[in-house]
Design a protein around this ligand. Structure first.
Ligand code: 9WN
Length: 445
């Protein structure tokens, strides 16, 4: 019976990925997100590696073909066949063609968490063929350039961590983590008279970021665009500068993955190990708060840690060399009533502290459960010797998709499917979880 469920889930995931495939990349969702997104592509490559490794490599090659001269990997690569008003902010808004070092294809000027080296490494481990080695040889210098950009131009705080200049760069756009620095961004919803949001054509308005959030997103993007997306002088002029635990933990995990990739392509792994150790030390030093016992983003403009206890605080667990003290602290935080992680989970993992007054169960990154976040934490738990908790989380994720489908996100109490119904990374990462897990009796029969 369980095998039947697993077979059905694999078919659903394969069908979802296939339905979102667009010749050389995968769209996150056919309705809401009709272009290529950066971290989505990395997660999707992990899934394609189980079905069609050729597509995993194609996906990553398409994304990195749009890398900027300075090494940044843009958070959106626009599909020229879909020009026009399919998504806001679209290519005309970003106007990348006018920026120095932008690629020929239209892109945004922002980045997203650098989970690509990890994805490439996992895809190679799943199918270590000649095709995979050749793709890794092509990707390696580009992945290194991506890391160099983060560690160089984006180290605005000067302490060895990358800064994000927009909440979209965290991937967790309207997380309560960003409320204090966003509140300091001058914006007026009247700006939205000049533009039209497209997200609310396809998704329930109560599930999405608010108009005030969007006004601030637009103001920040316009400010960065006005300076040609250059990073010099950010500390004097840019209104949002934050060191994010996820972006930096992903950068550290990327150096570990690059050490593995370097060995495959004949490069020296040692510098990657050194950089990984430095990033982990900086993440602990700058973002861990011994009083709260969890990680927080740091606002570089004020110097303060941002107080919300969101799921971002758990994600440094993906660092393989995270010290035991912080591993234990994250596990305690994850097991608390705030997140409810358990060997048998009663409810899905939320994206925000469910005991907080600003927890919102249906509004995007302010409470709902997301499979990519669960997958990252699941990997961290397995890597740090917590197989039972990892299995509990895996069973919870499998249950969500088995009962609601490959949705974009899920209600953190009821497990109901929310957002886009055929979402690429949900399908992709579910395949990875299924391939690594014995789902056991937790899967509904
Ligand atoms: C802005 C594509 C992306 C994800 C992000 C998610 C959402 C975009 C939006 O969709 O962001 O980048 O328009 O809301 O927050 O994590 O990569 O799936």
């Amino acid at each position: 019976m369980v095998d039947v469920v697993v077979t059905r889930l694999r078919a659903l995931a394969a069908d979802t990925l296939d339905g979102n495939w667009e010749d050389d990349h995968t769209v996150p969702s056919r309705t809401l997100y009709p272009h290529q997104w950066s971290w989505d592509s990395a997660f999707v490559a992990v899934g394609w590696a189980h079905l069609r490794p050729d597509r995993a490599w194609r996906e990553l090659r398409t994304l990195f073909a749009a890398q900027w001269a300075d090494g940044r990997v843009p958070h959106i690569v626009f599909n020229p066949a879909r020009r026009g008003g399919a998504y806001f902010p679209g290519p005309d808004f970003w106007d990348s063609a006018r920026a120095d070092g932008a690629p020929a294809v239209a892109t945004s000027g922002l980045l997203q968490p650098p989970v690509h080296a990890l994805a490439a490494w996992l895809a190679h481990r799943r199918a270590p063929t000649a095709q995979a080695r050749s793709a890794l040889r092509w990707l390696y210098p580009r992945l290194v350039a991506q890391q160099r950009y983060l560690a160089g131009r984006r180290d605005v705080g000067g302490a060895g961590l990358a800064c994000i200049v927009h909440p979209w760069e965290s991937g967790l756009d309207n997380s309560p983590a960003w409320d204090p620095p966003l509140a300091a961004v001058p914006a007026d919803t009247a700006v939205l008279r000049a533009y039209r949001r497209r997200d609310t054509d396809h998704a329930d308005v109560t599930h999405r970021p608010t108009d005030l959030d969007y006004a601030r997103y637009v103001a920040l993007a316009e400010s960065y665009r006005a300076h040609g997306y250059r990073d010099d002088g950010l500390s004097q002029r840019h209104p949002f500068l934050v060191e994010c635990p996820l972006v930096n933990a992903a950068a550290g995990a990327a150096e570990h993955a690059l050490a593995g990739i370097a060995a495959v392509v004949g490069a020296d792994p040692a510098p990657h190990r050194d950089r990984a150790a430095r990033i982990t030390a900086a993440v602990v030093d700058r973002l861990y708060d011994p009083t709260s016992g969890t990680f927080h983003p740091r606002d570089v403009r004020t110097g303060a840690l941002l107080p919300a206890r969101t799921v971002l605080g758990l994600l440094p667990l993906i660092l393989p060399d995270l010290p035991r003290r912080q591993v234990d602290a994250i596990v305690a935080e994850a097991r608390s009533a705030r997140f409810g992680l358990a060997a048998r989970m009663e409810r899905p993992l939320p994206s925000h502290d469910r005991t907080a007054p600003d927890f919102e169960p249906v509004r995007y990154w302010r409470g709902p459960s997301w499979i990519n976040i669960g997958w990252l934490l699941w990997r961290g738990l397995r890597g740090h010797g917590h197989p039972e908790l990892a299995a509990g989380l895996a069973a919870s994720m499998i249950r969500l998709v088995a009962s609601a489908g490959a949705h974009e996100y899920f209600h953190p109490d009821t497990g109901a499917g929310l957002g886009s119904p055929r979402f690429a990374w949900t399908a992709a990462l579910l395949l990875d979880v299924l391939a690594t897990t014995d789902p056991g009796p937790a899967v509904p029969r």
